[in-house]
Design a protein around this ligand. Structure first.
Ligand SMILES: [Zn+2]
Length: 71
């Protein structure tokens, strides 16, 4: 048995699967919107690149979404 405070325990008890599913859906929708901005255009990120700056795809934002730690 893990040692949790009464407040933490109450929070866990009140936390139901519907809330978890809603949080997951909201997070997925956010990530989808970010990916829609940072889309691949040839070999570059369309959002990060400008006329003066070429940012190869996947850009740091997409790599972070994919789980890579920022360097
Ligand atoms: Zn980008």
């Amino acid at each position: 048995m893990t040692d949790t405070s009464p407040a933490a325990r109450a929070l866990l008890v009140a936390f139901d699967e519907t809330q978890l599913a809603e949080m997951h859906a909201a997070a997925s929708a956010r990530m989808k919107r970010v990916r829609a901005l940072h889309r691949q255009e040839y070999d570059a990120c369309d959002w990060c690149s400008t006329n003066d700056r070429h940012v190869p795809y996947p850009c740091p934002t997409i790599r972070a979404l994919d789980g890579e730690e920022p360097s």
